[in-house]
Ligand binder design. Structure first.
Ligand code: FPP
Length: 265
């Protein structure tokens, strides 16, 4: 019994269920939610620096934010969440930081995988995964296998991911078919390109969130973001909680999405 009470209180604390967040949750129109949310988890380094802590503690604190966001996405029946965890450019960081990030990924999977699985989350890493360190790759393969039939939420984790390399990989695969004679160049269209991306068979993100007051897309989902709504906040990723996601959703629900057309009234 004591363990159950402790568990309940701990989960409540972790999910940051503030009264303000509860109020916002009431205003959300459940019929007008995005199917796919993408997030650039930025600002971990600055968060740590401001506290005089090593950058690694910022990355570790960022995991807490990720937990909170995944939980809310599950509660709201969001179908797809894509998070930018490690870009093709992040290898340029000091080797120590790269090692810490890879270590955190393995630790995160080992610690959280059972809970994610129980909550119906399907782990879907995207990027040039074969170039990841063996330990990270092995942990990912296990997570993918375990969660492959889950239906609640697809969690795309972008790792060694670059929007340009993704497009290059798609072009190479399509060009191979042209070379083999099974496809004519004129048959290549929008849909075919989408089907050769790492996010094949998924809807494009409806909403992109970038914390930390940087206003760029940093080589993230370059093709898929064509008609995505962007939402920026100065909150650093480790401070990002369900309240911020709720604010983004409320803002998203006020947008008029025209996809290049006109709204006929
Ligand atoms: C960018 O912040 C963040 C990253 C490069 C890593 C994101 C990783 C996590 C949130 C934790 C690990 C994730 C998983 C899935 C285990 P930055 O370091 O560029 O911050 P800065 O711009 O303030 O320096």
């Amino acid at each position: 019994m004591i363990k159950e009470i402790f568990d309940f209180l701990w989960r409540k604390k972790r999910s940051n269920q503030t009264p303000e967040a509860q109020e916002l949750l009431k205003v959300i129109d459940k019929q007008k939610l995005p199917r796919h949310i993408a997030i650039i988890m930025d600002g971990n380094g600055r968060w740590a620096q401001r506290r005089g802590m090593p950058r690694a503690s910022g990355h570790r604190a960022g995991i807490e934010s990720l937990r909170d966001v995944i939980k809310l996405c599950c509660e709201l029946n969001i179908d797809f969440l894509t998070v930018y965890a490690f870009s093709t450019e992040n290898w340029k960081r000091p080797q120590d930081e790269v090692n810490i990030l890879m270590g955190l990924l393995v630790e995160y999977i080992n610690k959280e995988i059972n809970e994610l699985h129980q909550n119906g989350v399907r782990i879907n890493p995207i990027g040039r995964l074969e170039e990841l360190p063996r330990l990270a790759l092995d942990a990912l393969i296990k997570a993918v296998e375990l969660t492959r039939d889950n239906k609640k939420l697809v969690l795309n984790v972008a790792l060694n991911y670059g929007g340009r390399t993704e497009i290059i990989d798609a072009i190479r695969a399509i060009a191979a078919n042209v070379e083999a004679g099974s496809l004519k160049a004129g048959q290549i269209d929008d849909r075919m390109v989408s089907e050769h991306l790492y996010t094949a068979n998924q809807p494009d993100p409806d909403l992109l969130i970038r914390p930390s007051a940087d206003f760029r897309i940093s080589n993230f989902l370059l093709w898929q973001l064509a008609y995505t709504e962007f939402w920026f906040t100065s909150t650093l990723w480790p401070d990002f909680r369900r309240i911020h996601l709720l604010q983004a959703l409320i803002d998203f629900q006020k947008r008029e999405r025209r996809f290049g057309g006109l709204i006929v009234r």
